[in-house]
Write a protein that binds this ligand. Structure first.
Ligand code: KIV
Length: 292
């Protein structure tokens, strides 16, 4: 693994060597730092921040200003990883100009690329952003910004007809100039079908193994997502949430019992200074007692 900053060319070279790109979401400076140090190739500042970081019920309630705060924290941390900023709901759909301005704001925040949801129907917006010089990743399959139309978090591309629709959308995005496509919640066979029919890099989350790289939501693998959604494709690599709660319980118990802070957590001064201060305190106490 090279120490150089990952670019679109690096990602293409990984594919050419038949090596998988490692892709996780990050929304804050510490998580992005740890992922970057661990050699993760790509970081997605996902609009899943609405749920993972802000406790919202879905991704529709997060706007561009909040996303840019997360994006700046992540790009500050990413020395090597390629950072993708996720265009939130209504930050690209209304017009080409809206799309270019929103994508440009992510680039100004230090992102290497942006991602937007949808196929043929967003292809004109993709073209506009690409023509403005911005690298764009498409997102097909389960697209959470269309939750109302999809009728919930449902697996997509389950039949040949549905897989063919995914292929047509992938072709539209490729023609519009995306450098890659992310497939979410798609059966492995349909994923392979799409990947074989497109020339761009194809990544996936819950889309099986036949891909150029895998994305996971960091909270899902670290065990610090607060909520009820637990997709089948998630593998847990840590129990960070349980460990945080345990630490807070222990801290609370020690504060209440007077066990924290101990002498080792207090600042020391020379004994003579300490004695002078104590004497002054005693004198003051003496005056207070005399006044009562
Ligand atoms: O916002 C996000 O994290 C995403 C992934 C779930 C694909 O878009």
């Amino acid at each position: 693994m090279s120490a150089h900053k990952v670019t679109v060319a690096t990602l293409a070279a990984l594919k050419a060597r038949n090596e998988k790109a490692v892709f996780v979401t990050a929304y804050d400076y510490p998580t992005a730092t740890f992922a970057d140090r661990a050699g993760v190739d790509m970081l997605l500042v996902g609009d899943s921040a609405a749920m993972t970081m802000l406790g919202l019920p879905n991704t529709l309630g997060i706007g561009l200003p909040e996303m840019l705060v997360f994006a700046r924290a992540v790009t500050r941390a990413a020395r090597r990883a390629f950072v993708v900023g996720d265009l939130p709901f209504l930050s690209y759909q209304p017009s080409d100009e809206t799309a270019i301005r929103s994508a440009g704001a992510f680039v100004a925040a230090g992102c290497d690329a942006v991602k937007c949801e949808g196929g043929a129907r967003v292809a004109p917006r993709v073209r506009a952003m690409v023509d403005a010089g911005i690298a764009v990743m498409g997102h097909l399959g389960l697209t959470p910004q269309s939750l109302g139309q999809l009728g919930g978090y449902r697996v997509q591309g389950k039949s040949l007809a549905a897989a063919e629709r995914l292929v047509r959308d992938a072709e539209s995005l490729e023609r519009a100039g995306v450098f890659s496509i992310l497939l979410e919640a798609v059966p492995a066979e349909s994923t392979a079908f799409v990947r074989e029919r497109t020339g761009v890099l194809v990544y996936g989350i819950g889309a099986g193994p036949h891909l150029d790289g895998q994305l996971v939501i960091s909270h899902d693998i670290l065990g610090n997502f607060v909520g009820d959604i637990s997709p089948r494709f998630v593998k847990r690599y840590a129990e960070v949430g349980a460990e945080i709660e345990r630490a807070f319980r222990q801290y609370a118990g020690e504060v209440r019992a007077g066990a924290f802070p101990g002498p080792e957590h207090c600042y020391c001064i020379p004994p003579e200074d300490e004695a002078q201060i104590r004497k002054a305190r005693e004198g003051r106490l003496g005056r207070v007692e005399a006044a009562v």
